[in-house]
Design a protein around this ligand. Structure first.
Ligand SMILES: *Cc1c(COP(=O)(O)O)cnc(C)c1O
Length: 380
């Protein structure tokens, strides 16, 4: 069977074919060496392995799993999602123009604003979920368009294929942060994105015990990709082999986890949407969601694990509900097997997040238990 014909579940479960050829182990070992041998003739035993900052077999194996899941030409791992974001922006020339979706992951927005100021990069923030706003921003030439779909914490949905059309017309590369979708639900490169980024800290690893980020590209000849690869190599934003190995272990169950998390999240969203103590639910799987039609077209097999809801009664009530939850851990982050709840306004008080917004990352627990926990917290 040709590799391309395998489904995500097969690629992930078998770690894209990685085994331990040295011991015959079904599971590959961790290659910890920072340097590699040369023979008496001073020729490297493996010409692709010279020094640990350049290359590592465990990192390559984890990258191969993601490359295959993404349908990408190449994938590169970074020590965190933010390191992957930074790697993309560092590849832009000074004076470049970037069109960026607003209301996305706060860590990205904050760093990008600071960086663009320092590098004299023109940053236009727009509501990319509105096609007219994106088209308008792309009427003048741009170097890069950055979108995040579904977005965190608003769950706004951007039509990747349409965004790719307008981005390319303006001469820009389209970069998609697909963290909340994962390559299991959305393959952004197939839809026309040039680069796709994920915080692998989230659902890709899925066990809240590894920090990692990843970039993948459709065309390895893309000059921006060349810059990114050279910069990672030369400047050393390298993930450790132990983290890469744990990530590969986590990803074996990625399609299974995403399927369960998405089913649970939809049930939780439907429950909350019908609850008198909830004002609004933001989840792309609900027919009432503004981005539902787009999500239906570009998300396959589920709508993801992330949702937000507005609690009737304002800040105090929202914090009360969060405080009463017993199964949902009160913690930031998302995409783990265990469900988390967050009061976003406490984390980013000055960005327009409503004070009664709670954000849920739904895990793989029995959904009846999750709903019972929400019921007692809302009714108490
Ligand atoms: C968490 C997150 C990031 C940043 O990733 P880290 O691994 O925490 O550095 C970027 N984008 C989105 C959508 C995220 O949720």
């Amino acid at each position: 069977m040709k590799n391309q014909e395998q489904r995500s579940a097969t690629i992930a479960a078998q770690a894209a074919g990685a085994t331990d050829s040295a011991t015959g182990g079904v599971v590959p070992g961790i290659s910890l060496s920072t340097t590699y041998l040369r023979g008496p003739d001073y020729v490297p035993l493996r010409p692709d392995n010279i020094y640990g900052r350049d290359a590592n077999d465990t990192v390559r194996q984890a990258e191969e799993v993601i490359r295959r899941l993404e349908g990408a030409a190449a994938s590169l791992l970074f020590p965190s999602g933010m390191a992957a974001v930074a790697a993309v922006f560092r590849a832009l020339p000074s004076g470049a123009r970037v069109v960026m979706q607003n209301g996305i992951y706060w860590g990205t927005l904050k760093w990008v604003r600071d960086y663009c100021l320092r590098r004299a990069i023109i940053l236009d923030e727009i509501d990319a979920a509105k096609p007219e706003a994106l088209a308008e921003a792309c009427r003048s030439s741009a170097d890069m368009v950055w979108i995040e779909t579904p977005s965190n914490p608003w769950l706004r949905t951007v039509d990747i294929a349409a965004a790719s059309g307008v981005a390319h017309k303006s001469g820009a590369v389209l970069v998609v942060d697909g963290t909340a979708a994962t390559p299991v639900l959305t393959r952004a490169l197939d839809l026309g994105a040039d680069l796709v980024m994920h915080s692998a800290t989230k659902a890709l690893n899925g066990h809240s015990d590894v920090l990692a980020g990843v970039l993948s590209c459709r065309d390895p000849g893309n000059p921006m990709w060349q810059e990114i690869a050279t910069d990672r190599h030369d400047a050393g934003a390298i993930i450790g082999p132990f983290e890469a190995w744990l990530l590969m272990r986590g990803m074996r169950t990625l399609p299974l986890r995403v399927e369960r998390m998405s089913a649970n999240a939809l049930a939780v969203a439907e429950y909350l949407a019908a609850h008198p103590r909830i004002e609004t639910v933001y989840y792309p799987g609900l027919a009432s969601h503004v981005g539902h039609e787009i999500a239906r077209r570009q998300m396959q097999g589920g709508y993801g694990y992330l949702l937000s809801a507005l609690v009737v009664g304002g800040r105090a009530r929202a914090l009360e509900v969060v405080g009463r939850l017993q199964l949902f851990h009160r913690a930031t982050s998302l995409g783990g097997v265990e469900s988390l709840v967050e009061h976003r306004h406490t984390i980013e008080p000055h960005t327009g997040i409503p004070e009664n917004l709670i954000r849920l990352s739904v895990g793989i627990e029995a959904v009846e238990d999750l709903i019972a926990d929400l019921a007692q917290a809302l009714e108490g």
